[in-house]
Design a protein around this ligand. Structure first.
Ligand code: ADP
Ligand code: MG
Length: 267
């Protein structure tokens, strides 16, 4: 009898957690070939927190984001956004893909890249009105790129491009911001500017989920961390999860090259 009650309660708790979580995935498995890139992943992202996804190269970090956003089709599993199917909730999520995966060979102005993030607000005819332009310029201002509005995106440095992609995400006015390695190949000033914007979003109650490759900055930058190596190794608040044992489990023998500072982890 009591066992039944406990399990009914935990089912109810799970349902409640999924409903309240900005992003929850259950049993997510993705395979591009024979062996899965991610296997049976369960994640419940906490609202109003900054969460890092951390793990070695090829661990399936990008795949997890893409499957969560329906960019790649999972073999199995489900995704819920505030307890609802993704299809109904798309405009609540802004996604900044890994920069290297975006090809900007064709000429596109910075302001137009940001306006592209607003296509749902612009409507079918895509008429850009003064208020749309004002919002786009305001978003560029927040990432320090206001003066570059008429420049071609292809002519910018990697760091400048990343700021523009963040501005595009801001223009979507989403509740959840999902970023794939936002600091990869950017200068130190850009990293500072981006983290400041992400922390502002978090402080305003938004949810941030980012693949992050620099273990040394995880405790400074993030509240929660998901350690991934095809499967979830551990997930939760940084202070609980970011331990030597868990990192060894996630990185195996490769941790020595990952430059982890045990002092910063302990704090
Ligand atoms: P991470 O982002 O953690 O480095 P990925 O999610 O990019 O890892 O990749 C996980 C695994 O899936 C890797 O073995 C990678 O080679 C493979 N993979 C990723 N994308 C594709 C794809 N489009 N086609 C085939 N294999 C892929
Ligand atoms: Mg990746």
């Amino acid at each position: 009898m009591s066992l039944t009650l406990v399990s009914a309660k935990s089912v109810e708790d799970d349902r409640k957690a999924r409903f309240e979580s900005p992003l929850s995935v259950r049993g997510l498995t993705v395979s591009y070939g024979e062996s899965p890139a991610i296997f049976s992943v369960d994640v419940t992202v906490r609202a109003g927190a900054m969460t890092a996804i951390v793990g070695p190269n090829g661990a399936g970090k990008s795949t997890l984001l893409k499957a969560a956003l329906d960019v790649v089709k999972p073999l199995a599993g489900s995704v819920q956004i505030y307890g609802q199917p993704l299809a109904q909730m798309r405009d609540r999520i802004a996604y900044v893909p890994q920069r290297a995966s975006v090809d900007w060979d064709f000429p596109t102005r910075v302001i137009d890249v940001v306006l592209m993030g607003m296509y749902r607000q612009l409507g079918l005819l895509g008429r850009v009105r003064a208020r749309h332009r004002t919002l786009a310029l305001d978003c560029l201002d927040r990432v320090g790129m206001r003066d570059f509005e008429t420049r071609q995106i292809g002519q910018l440095s990697g760091g400048q491009q990343q700021r523009v992609f963040l501005a595009r995400a801001l223009a979507q006015q989403a509740d959840i911001y999902v970023l794939d390695e936002p600091f990869a190949g950017v200068d130190a000033a850009t990293e500072k500017a981006i983290i400041a914007v992400l922390q502002e979003l978090r402080d305003a109650g938004r949810t941030v989920l980012a693949v992050h490759h620099d273990l040394t900055t995880v405790p400074d930058y993030f509240d929660d961390v998901i350690l991934l190596n095809t499967q979830i190794v551990a997930a939760g608040p940084v202070a609980d999860v970011f331990t030597e044992d868990n990192l060894q489990a996630a990185y195996g023998g490769r941790l020595a090259t990952a430059r982890v500072d045990p002092e910063s982890v302990a704090g």
